[in-house]
Design a protein. Structure first.
Length: 170
């Protein structure tokens, strides 16, 4: 997944798209490899997500945070991909690895299989500033969204249009 908004905006307040639309395969594989190294080095078992900032003019990247837990981002990724990561975590405690747990969504692959998407998912947060008129409307590192809408379609433009046309977003 990738955030559309610039660094400094909390992920919960950011427009998110899955799969990433701006990364080359080389960049994606570089960040994926770095994530696996981080997880192994820290000895993390179970749910985890790693957030990066990637300089679009070079291959330099920065680790923003490592969440050794299931977060709202993990739940969104699970919904967007159909990959049941929250359901697999308790099972992974009793097995040697995700390669031993069947993926209930596909029924054909194991849980370690990375899904390939032929659609685009856009998540747009909802800020109920109408209910909290005195609230600070400037987005920053503290999350202010209280909900979100997720839209799915074949193209980014179509999914984005669906999301922004949802009545609760406007």
């Amino acid at each position: 997944m990738e955030n559309i908004d610039p660094m400094g905006i909390h992920t919960g307040d950011s427009i998110v798209v899955a799969p990433s639309q701006t990364l080359t395969n080389k960049e994606y594989q570089m960040l994926r490899t770095a994530s696996l190294k981080i997880i192994r080095e820290l000895g993390i078992e179970g749910g985890c997500n790693v957030q990066y900032a990637l300089d679009p003019k070079s291959e330099r990247y920065y680790v923003i945070e490592v969440n050794p837990r299931v977060s709202r981002s993990s739940a969104l990724a699970s919904k967007a991909t159909g990959y049941p990561s929250p359901a697999l975590l308790p099972k992974s405690r009793w097995a040697n690895g995700l390669d031993e747990i069947p993926n209930a969504v596909t029924g054909k692959t194991m849980a370690a299989f990375e899904p390939a998407l032929d659609y685009i998912v856009v998540k747009i947060p909802r800020w109920p500033f109408d209910k909290f008129a005195s609230g600070d409307r400037l987005l920053g590192t503290q999350m202010k969204a209280t909900g979100e809408v997720m839209a799915i379609d074949r193209t980014f433009e179509a999914a984005f249009q669906k999301a922004v046309s949802f009545p609760g977003i406007r």
